[in-house]
Write a protein that binds this ligand. Structure first.
Ligand code: SF4
Length: 452
């Protein structure tokens, strides 16, 4: 393992690069018309949909997602009306797009009742061509779920579920205000398997208050006993000045950077021992899983859900704060329900920020995606793809890369840059070397999903 000095020297908490440029670089001068133009000129090829459901029943203090805490029964119906209008608006620009992948995220998508999910799916099916072989996943909160709910999902096209788990230790749960028993999670997994849902994944978080190696190891063993097909291991980023709920977590209860690193390395080792394959930075999959296959055949991609097996499909985002990525642009909807409602109910897009990628962005985006997916950049591929000489194009990165090489984080040759197995922990820091905007002033951040 790297010494504390080495870990301090490099930024472990750089962006997760689910996009490049990162969402905090999207510009406010990107307007709804820019998004409409990008939609109109989209190619008619299979695309992905992301639907954001912002509502949650209870506040988790560590949360960095765009969410609205509510107990209202009618708030979701009104939101579904807005999603239907936004879907119609998209359709008026794109025609009936074929859809190969759908992801529901939040917030808590199972805030919606099954009747509401049925209505939402019917609305999507009326305006898009939902391909029968599509992947369709949903993030579910096991605390508010029963077997009947899960049993209704396959008929609506869902074949993947993702459960938030965090930590089973009761003291940790008290400090993060998320009370979720092992039994609730186990029942949710059993319910999914009983109805033939082909993929169950878990989101785990390390670096939470008072988490120790012993407590996290106990959680991990219980998680492994449920045999999820995939796991994501997110690092809790404590940024109370940005995320108000995090102010309720006492800073002194948080593990040090050294302790967090140990938690990550321990978990990685244990998961690999248990037969999981490491995918990019912080995802793990069983060897037969499509993510593992995509890693092996080079088709693994980075996107807002983490990693994806779908190559080059455009992404249309629907709902509050949702991000679309198509035709060389990123466009993000307002994170405020009021603004979203006001715009969409007047049949206008709720786009408030975005960016049109220039040629340099596309080159850097490809390099960063290769680092985040495979930990390897093949310079001859980059040269052929963009007709550039990478050694001169990226000459300014050489000093930083040599520093990484000097402590064993990367190895390099004229042909390739490789992040070493132990350097994987610093994948974000290596990717950041190629980020042209890393020193530029940030626009206000709008969070989108999961952990910052
Ligand atoms: S962590 Fe998930 S369930 Fe908890 S408040 Fe955030 S979005 Fe809602």
């Amino acid at each position: 393992m790297f010494s504390a000095d080495v870990l301090k020297r490099f930024d472990l908490n750089g962006p997760r690069y689910t996009s490049y440029p990162t969402a905090d670089r999207f510009a406010a001068h990107f307007r709804p018309d820019d998004y409409a133009r990008a939609l109109r000129t989209m190619q008619h090829r299979p695309a992905s949909l992301y639907v954001h459901v912002p509502f949650c029943r209870s506040l988790c203090y560590y949360c960095a997602c765009n969410k609205i805490i509510s107990k209202s029964a009618t708030i979701a119906d009104e939101y579904l009306d807005l999603l239907a209008r936004e879907t119609t608006l998209v359709n008026s620009h794109t025609g009936t797009l074929p859809i190969a992948q759908i992801a529901f995220g939040g917030g808590t998508p199972n805030f919606l009742s099954i009747a509401q999910l049925q209505r939402l799916m019917a609305g999507l099916a009326g305006k898009f061509d939902l391909l029968p072989e599509r992947e369709q996943g949903i993030e579910l909160d096991p605390r508010f779920l029963d077997a009947a709910y899960v049993a209704a999902l396959p008929a609506l096209g869902f074949n993947r579920v993702s459960y938030g788990v965090q930590d089973f230790d009761q003291q940790v749960q008290t400090l993060i205000h998320r009370f979720q028993t092992f039994e609730q999670t186990a029942s949710a997994v059993e319910a999914a398997r009983t109805v033939g849902i082909s993929s169950v994944s878990f989101d785990l978080v390390y670096g939470l208050p008072i988490q120790s190696r012993e407590s996290f190891a106990a959680t991990l063993e219980r998680v492994l006993s449920l045999e999820p097909d995939r796991l994501a291991l997110f690092n809790y980023a404590h940024i109370p000045e940005r995320f108000k709920a995090q102010r309720r977590i006492p800073t002194e209860t948080l593990p040090s950077i050294q302790q967090r690193t140990e938690l990550f390395l321990y978990a990685t080792e244990r998961l690999v021992d248990a037969g999981y394959q490491t995918i990019g930075l912080d995802h793990f999959a069983k060897p037969g899983d499509p993510l593992a296959k995509a890693l092996a055949d080079g088709s693994l991609r980075r996107n807002f859900q983490g990693y994806s097996t779908h190559h080059a499909t455009d992404l249309v985002g629907l709902g509050v704060s949702a991000i679309s990525h198509l035709n060389g642009v990123f466009a993000q909807n307002s994170p405020q329900l009021d603004v979203y409602r006001d715009r969409v109910s007047h049949d206008q897009f709720a786009t408030v920020r975005g960016v049109a990628l220039n040629r340099d962005d596309k080159i850097r985006s490809t390099v960063i995606e290769q680092i985040m997916c495979t930990g390897r950049v093949d310079w001859s591929e980059i040269a052929a793809m963009f007709a550039i000489d990478p050694s001169s194009y990226f000459a300014e990165t050489q000093d930083a890369i040599e520093q990484f090489a000097s402590v064993g984080i990367v190895t390099q040759s004229p042909r390739e840059l490789i992040v070493t197995p132990q350097g994987r922990l610093l994948l974000r820091a290596v990717a950041m070397v190629f980020d042209k905007y890393k020193h530029a002033k940030r626009e206000q951040t709008i969070t989108f999903s999961r952990i910052a």
